[in-house]
Design a protein around this ligand. Structure first.
Ligand SMILES: C[S@@+](CC[C@H](N)C(=O)[O-])C[C@H]1O[C@@H](n2cnc3c(N)ncnc32)[C@H](O)[C@@H]1O
Length: 217
């Protein structure tokens, strides 16, 4: 039995997809139009697309894995009618791990620019579902406390990296596979020119959980 799509005659977009379940059909999660803002790895984009969603990533850098990617500034894309926006804004001037440089960064305006960029994702009133990801840092006081803090060891990776999530219209992310191992990610990585890039890549277990749980939320 094939998948059946109910297409909205005005927009031409699928409203609902039905998948075979024995001799019957059950409702499949409605495909969402998703923007993955500030993602070059393609991890979250591909997790959503594998589940049948229409996800586009956007970053100033090219994408590491081929796929639907917009290379450039993400801010102009935010006025579009996405169902869901997941944002991974740069944390270099916001994370507590860089606190010793905060004075200098406040004075030269780098921190204010980073705060303003982060805050752009909190003002998407036309988008029903938004998640913003960042490590522990000043946004807990500049914006508000995160809705939850997740760890990679809750999603199948035996490492620690406290990751804050600020959510709008989305449920808390549920852990999918709690494993042993509590080493800090950065300590596992040998020095290399792309160490900081690798360090900021989303864990595949977290990407999968986001797609599986938020794709049908
Ligand atoms: C903390 S990293 C997030 C990486 C992400 N977790 C991944 O797996 O690729 C922040 C990213 O924001 C991107 N970025 C910074 N300013 C941007 C902008 N104005 N528009 C789009 N991307 C931007 C950077 O190039 C960087 O890749």
């Amino acid at each position: 039995m094939p998948l059946v799509e109910d297409v909205n005659p005005w927009t031409g977009k699928p409203e609902q997809v039905w998948e075979p379940d024995g001799d019957w059909y059950r409702m499949k999660a409605k495909p969402k139009r998703v923007l993955i803002a500030c993602e070059r790895s393609g991890k979250v984009r591909e997790a959503f697309n594998r589940l049948g969603h229409d996800a586009t990533s956007c970053d100033l850098e090219p994408t590491d894995i081929p796929g639907k990617h917009h290379q450039g500034d993400v801010l102009p894309l935010l006025s579009d009618d996405w169902d869901l926006v997941l944002a991974f804004p740069p944390c270099t001037h916001l994370a507590s791990s860089g606190a010793r440089w905060f004075k200098e960064k406040r004075e030269d305006g780098r921190q204010e620019a980073a705060i303003n960029f982060f805050m752009a994702f909190t003002k998407l009133d036309h988008i029903p579902q938004v998640a913003i990801e960042n490590p522990i840092g000043i946004m807990s006081s500049q914006f508000r406390k995160p809705d939850q803090i997740v760890q990679p060891w809750e999603f199948g990776h035996g490492e620690t990296k406290a990751t804050c999530l600020w959510l709008k219209g989305l449920p808390l992310l549920r852990s999918t596979k709690v494993v042993d191992g509590r080493e800090e990610r950065i300590h596992r990585m040998a020095p290399s020119p792309d160490r900081s890039k690798k360090r900021s890549e989303t864990y595949s277990g977290i990407a999968m959980a986001m797609a599986q749980q938020w794709g049908k939320a």
